[in-house]
Design a protein around this ligand. Structure first.
Ligand SMILES: *Cc1c(COP(=O)(O)O)cnc(C)c1O
Length: 414
């Protein structure tokens, strides 16, 4: 066992008892880890004009969102549904930023009715907003022409992505805003997800500041999320050096603020970082077989439970749980761990050295707190798992029940 894993919360729970009570598979979150990771972000820079919004598409469990709010984060919503949940979690309209793309006028109206600021990411959407909310406030999402991320599908800026307004349309955007009396109060970007080296982020900060300088009277500049976590923990992958990042970020912001000469605020929008490491999935091995040359470990953690591997070829460390402890074996037999969904791509991990696994064994999939449950589905009409929270006092709290068969009928109640 990697020494870093000694303190992992999976060593502090009774996995077998939890699966018995709540069913397998099961999402387990650790409150302590969640609060620590949130604080890493909130305390990144010590200035009152620096704020952190949580991008809740990474995890929108209502109970976790309440913790996010308690810890002093604001929030980004990508849809009316996320706005709805944020309100239920107690966020004020002024704490919510609607960062949408390609939405209807009705969706914009949903935010406007609640006095929630909208970021538009095309001139087309700016026109739509201007028509329904003349003389209102708006933020513009820019695409500085370069992006970064762990996979082509999560690079969200650059010349080949759908996001943002390109830089040379600044004057056109201003003209449309003027036509409708819209006040451009903020600009934002999000260049991509999961960087572990701060360089591309800092470059994008410079790019957005260059764009910000072309606007007067901005209230805020929002640099987006993307802060990575080390998924390959057993391979010595290093954490993102937040201290170094902060040291390089601070002077850029201080200098710009001085030049800009107003009470400008800066924000970041992490989604993955606060939640990823506080979450794990417990699952059960149901079958072991060798098909030709590959040994398959058949589990109940299909891509209806965790979609990241099939969607982005993502890597998650996987452990066996024995006697209440996490067990790994870097020299173990290489196996392919798969789920129970009828799709060839339903692979959790390929050629992974594991301790010997047999039917009935419990596995733990680490770092599944972000883009885990939020992407879970009922594909194959499987029931989405329950979610439980290991609280700071060491209790287990059910924070979302497992789906029931009745839930599969919810859309047919007419
Ligand atoms: C998804 C998203 C984020 C969060 O990205 P992470 O990589 O999870 O930090 C931030 N801002 C916007 C606009 C997003 O779409």
């Amino acid at each position: 066992m990697n020494h870093l894993m000694e303190n992992h919360f999976l060593n502090r729970i009774d996995a077998e008892a939890l699966l018995k009570e709540y069913g397998s598979p099961l999402y387990v979150y650790d409150e302590k880890t969640l609060r620590e990771r949130i604080r890493d972000m909130v305390n990144l820079l010590p200035y009152p004009w620096f704020g952190v919004s949580c991008s809740i598409k990474a995890n929108s469990n209502l109970h976790l969102l309440k913790i996010v709010r308690e810890e002093g984060m604001d929030a980004d919503a990508m849809s009316p549904g996320e706005i709805f949940l944020l309100e239920k979690a107690g966020f004020e309209p002024s704490q919510i930023f609607y960062v949408c793309n390609n939405v209807s006028a009705e969706e914009m109206q949903y935010a406007l009715d609640r006095n929630i600021l909208i970021s538009v990411d095309s001139l087309s959407q700016l026109e739509t907003l201007g028509r329904i909310n003349p003389d209102g406030r708006v933020a513009l999402r820019f695409n500085p022409g370069s992006g970064a991320g762990h996979h082509e599908k999560v690079v969200t800026a650059g010349k080949k992505t759908k996001f943002g307004i390109q830089e040379d349309l600044v004057e056109d955007a201003k003209a449309i805003a003027k036509k409708y009396g819209l006040r451009i109060v903020g600009i934002n970007q999000h260049i991509g997800s999961l960087f572990l080296d701060g360089k591309p982020y800092l470059e994008s900060v410079k790019a957005l500041l260059r764009i910000a300088a072309r606007f007067e009277n901005l209230e805020f500049v929002d640099f987006g999320g993307g802060f990575g976590i080390p998924y390959r923990k057993f391979h010595g992958e290093q954490r993102l050096d937040l201290k170094a990042l902060a040291e390089q970020l601070a002077p850029l912001l201080l200098e710009f603020r001085e030049k800009y000469g107003s009470d400008l605020k800066f924000r970041i929008e992490p989604g993955r970082y606060p939640f990823a490491e506080c979450g794990a999935i417990l699952g059960t091995v149901h079958a072991v077989k060798t098909n030709y040359d590959t040994k398959y470990i058949g589990t109940d953690v299909g891509f209806n439970v965790l979609m990241r591997p099939i969607l982005y070829d993502s890597y998650h460390e996987i452990v066996a749980i024995r006697g209440g402890r996490m067990v790994s074996d870097p020299d173990g037999e290489k196996v392919t761990i798969v789920g129970n969904i009828c799709e060839t791509g339903d692979i959790l991990a390929k050629d992974r050295p594991m301790p010997e696994l047999k039917e009935g064994d419990i596995i733990g999939v680490l770092d599944a707190g972000s883009y885990g449950y939020t992407m879970a589905s009922n594909y194959n009409q499987r029931l989405r798992p329950a979610e439980v929270l290991l609280t700071q006092s060491g209790d287990i709290r059910l924070i979302r029940r497992r789906d029931t068969f009745e839930d599969l009928l919810a859309g047919y109640n007419f």
